[in-house]
Design a binder for this molecule. Structure first.
Ligand code: HEC
Length: 296
């Protein structure tokens, strides 16, 4: 009897398994993302709405339609006429900090610029693999590293000081397209790990990032007042000034917030898993200009 049941179950598996493999319990079905296409590889079909300021203007009607507004990917908020918001104060604060510390401990800027004191445009190349340090560095990790190495301080990732300096550095690349290479070496490895994490189901609700940020998922549907949108182009406006809470939110803090929604234990800013996710996410913004400071 037992043997017959076993055979029946095995036969059933043989039929069902190919389908099961696609909807594996531990991973969300994958999308073919081509990192070479960057932001243009958008799978949500929404890129045409927010590709550039003229597209945003052209699709103004979408922005006033509450059920379709998510298709703007929040990018309409980057093109506001009255463009002053407290994110600019954070940039000023970051600039003050950098100049103050450079004055006290010359070498801070050169460390931030990996040898050059010209900090314009550097943010568009992050995250990058630092040969000397032998690891993939995010911009926030660079700020933390230089504070320790040159200032003997610790501007920890996730702290307001680190966030303000990171945002200031990002503002020095405002308008420049993000360009990171993930086609080889440690950056490719980080990309692949980040991609795996994006589809991995975690937490009490068994959600993956993909459960809310890919087509055919919760994406586009209201979820306690917020509507999850496409992951393409996200990194270009981070760190962002979050008006509901009145503070600058760095990318890793947003990851934490999403993980809490998933009832999963959030990791700390700077965690290696977040670095991998940031590499994956940044490749999905490749080619898209940085907006800093931004407001969300
Ligand atoms: C339960 C649904 C849900 C899950 C799962 C989820 N998110 Fe989110 N996420 C949201 C919502 C809602 C927003 C806010 C709306 C938006 O911008 O997409 C958001 C926003 C974001 C943003 C900022 C988007 C922007 O344009 O400002 C990032 C980045 C992000 N999520 C990353 C992740 C990552 C990484 C994971 C997996 C660790 C994840 N999310 C899992 C719901 C979710």
């Amino acid at each position: 009897m037992k043997a017959r049941l076993f055979i029946a179950v095995t036969a059933l598996h043989a039929i069902v398994l190919p389908a099961v493999a696609e909807t594996n319990f531990n991973t969300h079905p994958r999308f073919e993302i081509n990192p070479e296409l960057g932001v243009a590889g958008d799978f949500s079909g929404t890129y045409k709405h927010w590709r550039d300021p003229s597209a945003v203007e052209q699709f103004a009607s979408v922005q006033t339609d509450s059920s379709n507004e998510w298709m703007m990917n929040g990018k309409n908020m980057d093109i506001v006429e009255d463009d002053f918001h407290p994110g600019h104060l954070a940039v000023d604060e970051g600039e003050k900090l950098v100049n103050l510390w450079e004055h006290r401990e010359p070498g801070f800027k050169a460390c931030l610029g990996s040898g050059s004191t010209d900090l314009e445009g550097i943010a568009a190349r992050y995250p990058l693999y630092d040969e000397k340090l032998g690891r993939v560095m995010t911009l926030a990790a660079r700020v933390e590293h230089c504070s320790k190495k040159v200032l003997w301080k610790n501007f920890k990732q996730g702290s307001p000081m680190n966030a303000n300096i990171t945002l200031y550095l990002k503002s020095l690349s405002n308008g420049q397209p993000i360009q990171i290479a993930v086609d080889s070496g440690p950056m490719k490895e980080a990309y692949l790990r980040g991609e795996t994490l994006f589809y991995k189901r975690v937490g009490q609700l068994n959600f993956a990032c993909a459960s809310c940020h890919t087509p055919g998922s919760i994406m586009g549907n209201r979820l306690r007042g917020e509507v999850p949108s496409t992951p393409f182009g996200d990194v270009s406006h981070y760190p962002t000034y979050r008006s509901p809470v009145g503070e600058v939110e760095v990318l890793h803090k947003r990851f934490m917030r999403c993980l809490k929604q998933m009832r999963a234990k959030p990791l700390k800013p700077g965690d290696p898993a977040y670095v991998d996710l940031e590499v994956f996410y940044t490749s999905m913004s490749n080619g898209y200009p940085i907006t800093a400071p931004s407001i969300r």
